[in-house]
Design a binder for this molecule. Structure first.
Ligand SMILES: C[S@@+](CC[C@H](N)C(=O)[O-])C[C@H]1O[C@@H](n2cnc3c(N)ncnc32)[C@H](O)[C@@H]1O
Length: 124
């Protein structure tokens, strides 16, 4: 079997808040989220581990609800979320996500996405 998407393995900077044994690369999750959701969409991961899906979700302007039974993973999730609440860190992370032609491409893509799709879909 061949890879369909060729993206780098998880990088050390992605484990800044400790790690989860099945953590996925942000580049893979970001691509999946952008391909399958609109801005402001809610994404639920009921077995969220360290919530890398949540970090990818928030970095691309979607909303996240995660659950996990392990307190240790909830702490990592919270620390990861606190980290990207700093806009400089969030911006740095967006620059580091691979799978785009250059460092600006993800930012340009997000800037061009429609802004109030979620509210329009709900009839607000
Ligand atoms: C494969 S890992 C999560 C991976 C994560 N979704 C990701 O994509 O990186 C599965 C997680 O489910 C959690 N888990 C297993 N059973 C659970 C349950 N009944 N309720 C909540 N969390 C559970 C485990 O603690 C573990 O962190």
């Amino acid at each position: 079997m061949k890879d369909v998407w060729k993206l780098p393995a998880i990088a050390p900077w992605e484990k800044s808040c400790d790690k989860h044994p099945t953590q996925k690369p942000l580049s893979v999750l970001t691509r999946l989220i952008l391909a399958s959701t609109k801005p402001d969409a809610w994404i639920l991961d009921p077995f969220s581990g360290s919530s890398t899906t949540g970090i990818a979700t928030n970095l691309v302007n979607r909303r996240f609800l995660g659950l996990d039974q392990e307190e240790e993973y909830l702490k990592i999730s919270k620390n990861q979320k606190l980290e990207i609440e700093d806009s400089k860190t969030a911006s740095k992370y967006r620059q580091k996500i691979k799978g785009f032609n250059n460092q600006e491409e993800l930012g340009l893509f997000l800037a061009e996405e429609p802004k109030s799709t979620y509210r329009a879909e709900l009839g607000f």
